[in-house]
Design a protein around this ligand. Sequence first.
Ligand SMILES: [Zn+2]
Length: 227
Amino acid sequence: MSFGPSRLQPLHDDILKKYPGEIARFDAGELEWKSTAFDELKKALRLSLRAQQDGRCIYCRRKITIERRNAAEDIEHFLDKSKPKYKKWAFSAVNLALACHPCNIQKTTRDMGDAAVSSASTLTGNSGEYSWIHPYFDDYFDNIEIVDAWIYLVKAEAPRPERARKMIKDCLLDQITNIEAGKVALFDRIVRIQNLAVRCFEKDNFVRGKKLMGYAGDYAKNGWKFI
Ligand SMILES: [Zn+2]
């Protein structure tokens, strides 16, 4: 099973180069990230990154749901653009990726670089020490193994074991295992209840059959609360 690319390439650099004026105004503090002047750029960026990331979150590697995708998917700045020292990387191709909302919430405004990264004049794999597996400079699957969808393990020969361990811990990737297992168990329960209902209908026991279908519906609607 593929979980997306092992590392990203800055393919969207060309998109960013189309908006030098807007980006200069952002750097000068005249425009904010949420300004409508960046709507077109962000749309193109999302499409490019979605294709490259196979529609998956850069951290947990799960598919980002298609329905209301913009609400479930965030344009993610690896180095947080809200920190003054990282603002200059807000439109740097190697600082941009797509993350699912839950991962982005866990990441919040964590500082992903050390002092050397903060003072670097260009962003590369050697700019300093990063806290997590870097989407562009580290190979995800050299460092993290996803088994049995979804158990996250630090690879035995990982070149960046500390980054991998910290990312799994900070991003609560170890909890996804339970969430995904819970979803499967819930679906299994709904199917079993529906099968029992069908058997009741076959035996003309409509009252019980309807009751069971009601239970199945309740689980389908509210089951996530039990996961
Ligand atoms: Zn995620």
